[in-house]
Design a protein around this ligand. Structure first.
Ligand SMILES: [Zn+2]
Length: 309
């Protein structure tokens, strides 16, 4: 295993644990123009982060969750009856149309089933997908979305609240279980509703949350197989959709196999001291994928004119 593969989980850990608490600004400064946007050594994230609108192209998912882009992305409206989008300054509320429809549907279910006023939506993707300047390695093809584990409040949040409100930590300080004061039966219902959606490929949650779901889920438990422990994910959960039917350029993942993932042996790895209290990497990994590392069609997506807002 090379050094990058060892560092990757630590990087994901550090970034996803921190991100829900990364505050934004109501008046974000536009990124400065690039001196040489054609430099082949330029990190692709610099190019994708400067695209403020989707490509005016037919809808297309190109590449994989961690190396790809999307054309014809749709915007998640920032306020609905049962959802609100957070951290608007990140401009990451764009996704494949099925992802947007899924989030709207889940928000209604969270209201009906869990009694939440609605959901708070975190990062989906950039207008043209691709790598981002901060945070995740994935979320590149419009099929990943983060939902806060904090229920939506019963009022419309101001721009400032959307940038500055912190999400609630769901995991106990010793990291071995959830905090029952904040992680409630409603959370189980919201996660179950998400996992039972046929288009959902997998869902990432903190291992303490997976452990709690394993303990508390009643009745049909088959949905638990889609819920996977991962680093961080103690303030939000991550929904990943499967490649849409007919999208031949989308490189997805194998469907989940095996059972509920609830045995002591399967969970033990995540509760080893080295995993729940990982050491930060000695140097920050570069995370500087160039355009050459993405499918060639992503160059067309970047070059296309803006879709009409
Ligand atoms: Zn995510």
């Amino acid at each position: 295993m090379n050094a990058r593969l060892i560092l990757l989980p630590l990087l994901i850990c550090a970034t996803s644990a921190a991100f829900a608490q990364d505050k934004g600004s109501v008046d974000p400064k536009p990124l400065p123009p690039l001196a040489n946007p054609r430099d082949p050594k330029l990190a692709a994230k610099e190019l994708f982060a400067r695209k403020l609108l989707p490509a005016a192209m037919p809808t297309r998912v190109i590449g994989s969750y961690t190396a790809g882009c999307v054309a014809g992305a749709e915007q998640m409206p920032i306020t609905g009856d049962t959802w609100q989008v957070m951290r608007l300054s990140r401009n990451r509320y764009w996704g494949y149309p099925d992802t947007i429809a899924l989030l709207k549907r889940l928000s209604v279910k969270a209201h009906k089933d869990a009694g939440w006023p609605g959901i708070l939506v975190g990062d989906i993707g950039q207008p043209r997908g691709g790598p981002a300047l901060s945070g995740h390695a994935s979320h590149q093809i419009g099929l990943d979305a983060d939902i806060w584990l904090t229920p939506m409040p019963d009022h419309i949040l101001s721009r400032q609240e959307r940038e500055e409100t912190s999400a609630v930590m769901m995991v106990r300080p010793d990291r071995l279980d959830i905090d029952p004061q904040v992680f409630t039966p409603g959370h189980l219902m919201v996660l179950r509703d998400a996992a039972q959606e046929p288009g959902v490929q997998r869902i990432f949650v903190n291992a303490a949350i997976k452990k709690a779901l394993c303990r508390e889920a009643k009745g049909d438990r088959s949905w638990l197989s889609k819920i996977r422990p991962w680093y961080g994910h103690d303030y939000h959960f991550h929904i990943r959709m499967a490649c849409p039917p007919g999208s031949s350029e989308c490189k997805g993942q194998q469907p989940q196999t095996g059972g509920e993932g609830c045995s002591a042996a399967e969970l033990a790895y995540w509760f080893k001291d080295s995993i729940i209290h990982p050491q930060p990497p000695k140097e920050a990994p570069s995370h500087a994928m160039t355009l050459a590392a993405l499918p060639a069609a992503c160059k067309q997506v970047l070059a296309a004119p803006n879709a009409k807002p």
